[in-house]
Design a protein around this ligand. Sequence first.
Ligand code: SF4
Ligand code: SF4
Length: 110
Amino acid sequence: MSNRAMLVDYEWCTGCHSCELSCQMKNNLPVGQFGIKITEIGPWQYDDKKWQYTYVPMITDQCNMCADRIEAGKMPLCVQHCQSGCIEIGDVEQLKLKMTNKSKQLLIQP
Ligand code: SF4
Ligand code: SF4
């Protein structure tokens, strides 16, 4: 297993789907298949005044972590196209350190 992982700061994910589309085009995936997929949670209201409404990016088995691009010295394509800068791919141990003191993050290792 590679030490490469994805860190998602989903507090800032806008649900724009740019990551999904860029990955589909790069990997020539058919309609309905994804290397990364945005999950929508909500909206619903709770505690009278609070709302649950969150987008969470999740990679699939078809994500190869853009190994070809990284070897060529380029950014993973989904990372390059995320205008919110909320996804990052790197060494799992270094990404673990980035998780401290910040809520609403996910560390995913394929
Ligand atoms: S790292 Fe590459 S293969 Fe994986 S989701 Fe992002 S664009 Fe797709
Ligand atoms: S490109 Fe970034 S902001 Fe847009 S859906 Fe993907 S992770 Fe969220």
